[in-house]
Design a binder for this molecule. Structure first.
Ligand code: NAI
Length: 454
């Protein structure tokens, strides 16, 4: 009998396996595709490789203002693709090495929970039964594919893509239509528009970037439109076929000619076909139901990552996996979700943590908000021609930081510091005492903090 069986080798599964292995547990991790999961193989990492090529290209293209005159400039998608594959391979190798170093047994098979055995659980994979005292469900999520006429047929024909296929396209489509203006849609719009596609984003809501602060999502929309991306907001896709995506708005149906279509309208927890019913694991519409220790309703059975549907982000998965393993080890640990940063890796980047103005209003929290253009940071001006924004929300009564929202270069690398301020309930007066390195774009946070009254 093993100490722990982990279903899934993505960020939640592989990190839990490593942490548990490091603590001396005997761990078996099942992964039916490649360790690293969606994040490493067909999500976060490959998209960053593509986006960085787009960034280098467009910086060179618009380099005159910086004294950089490019000659015969070209973005060669096939070489970008090659590099993407190399990056993924390197990092998958790194994860495999980490698992090995922590003595985790990796089984490259699809596993199904079979039921309880004396003192634990039984799991079956490739006709073999494995038993363990603890079970961690980390099976991740899959793209939502609603029953819109022609969508699933289009996917079967290779015309409609999900995050998996769009990150490994051999050629840049001349006309790419993206259904859903959320994170995946926007990141892919940024790459493919720069790589030469005419991108159209069809979004059901009247704004892009989902729960992002309204002002920042408005600025991001403008930045995208300046790149040439077309947006159809408040639009409902009604059918697809014959190379067209048909959407409805204000009672009118409009067709968008499309060489390829990306469907990025959200993800759903992978709870089917893994045998949850065999041990009675409770699920909700979002996924496996978990508490703040990532425990399910079944004793010694845990769930972490996208499969619990709480916060479908790789960094949330990392932390949840640690909380789950610590709980197994009898160490006190709790998952907190109010200070999880979120980033959209476009150019310019968007990063936020904590409450947006919209969320604070909806929750009836009295707040004060101060904001400044990114151009108040010297390094930003030295390195950028455009603009950006930094907004900070402070609780009116307690004077602690409750939300930070940024648009501009390096935001993704700065935001963890803001998360720390929210986590530690730092008051404005105390946060001001932090010494920021100069000159850095991060200093914008200090500037905005000083915009508040004492
Ligand atoms: P999402 O939830 O971010 O965005 C989906 C968008 O599609 C929403 O704006 C929604 O209003 C729209 N939509 C839904 N149904 C629609 C319809 N029928 N027609 C038109 N629009 C429709 O989902 P997305 O972009 O697919 O990403 C999935 C998950 O992956 C997210 O949970 C996200 O957290 C994660 N992810 C995170 C990244 C990051 O942190 N940088 C990058 C990529 C993905």
């Amino acid at each position: 009998m093993h100490d722990l069986i982990v279903l899934g080798g993505g960020p939640a599964g592989y990190l839990a396996s490593e942490r548990a292995g490091r603590a001396g547990m005997d761990v078996v991790c099942f992964e039916m595709r490649e360790v690293g999961g969606v994040c490493l193989n067909e999500g976060c990492i490959p998209s960053k490789a593509l986006l960085n090529s787009a960034k280098i290209y467009s910086h060179a293209k618009h380099g005159e203002a910086f004294g950089v005159i490019a000659g015969d400039l070209k973005l060669d998608h096939s070489l970008v693709e090659k590099r993407r594959a190399k990056v993924v391979k390197t990092l998958v190798g790194g994860v495999s090495a980490g698992l090995k170093a922590n003595k985790v047994t990796v089984v490259k098979e699809q596993a199904v929970i079979k039921g309880f055995v004396q003192g634990g659980f039984a799991v079956e994979a490739a006709g073999q039964t494995y038993e363990a005292k603890n079970l961690l469900i980390a099976t991740g999520s899959s793209p939502v594919m609603p029953p819109i006429p022609g969508l699933r047929e289009g996917y079967a024909a290779g015309w409609v893509l999900t995050n998996r296929e769009v990150l490994a396209l051999a050629e840049v489509p001349a006309k790419l239509t993206i259904i859903g203006g959320g994170v995946i849609g926007l990141e892919m719009a940024a790459y493919y528009q720069t790589a030469g596609s005419q991108v159209t984003v069809i979004e059901m809501l009247d704004h892009i970037a989902g729960p992002t602060d309204g002002e920042i999502s408005g600025l991001l929309l403008k930045a995208y439109q300046a790149k040439g991306v077309k947006f159809e907001l408040g639009a409902k896709v009604v059918s697809l076929g014959d190379g067209r995506v048909n959407f409805e708005r204000d009672g009118k149906t409009v067709a968008v000619e499309s060489d390829k279509v990306l469907c990025s309208i959200g993800r759903r927890a992978n709870v089917q076909g893994i045998g949850l019913e065999n041990i009675g694991v409770e699920t909700t519409r979002a996924g496996v139901k978990t508490d703040a220790q990532c425990r399910t309703n079944v004793l010694n059975c845990y769930a972490a990552g996208d499969v619990n549907g709480v916060s479908m982000l790789a960094h949330t998965a990392y932390r949840e996996s640690e909380v789950a393993v610590n709980t197994m080890l009898g160490k006190k640990d709790t998952m907190r979700y109010h200070a999880i940063p979120s980033v959209i890796y476009t150019d310019p980047e968007v990063a936020s943590v904590g409450m947006s103005e919209e969320a604070a209003k909806a929750a009836g929290i009295e707040y004060e908000c101060k904001k400044l253009s990114m151009r108040y940071a010297g390094r930003f001006v030295a390195e950028n021609e455009g603009d950006g924004l930094c907004k900070i929300l402070v609780d009116k009564k307690h004077r602690n930081v409750i939300g930070v929202h940024m648009l501009g270069t390096y935001s993704s690398e700065i935001i963890w510091g803001a998360a720390e301020m929210i986590e530690t309930e730092l008051r404005v007066v105390d946060a001001r005492e932090i010494v920021f390195p100069h000159p850095t774009v991060s200093e914008i946070i200090r500037e905005v903090l000083w915009a508040f009254e004492d």
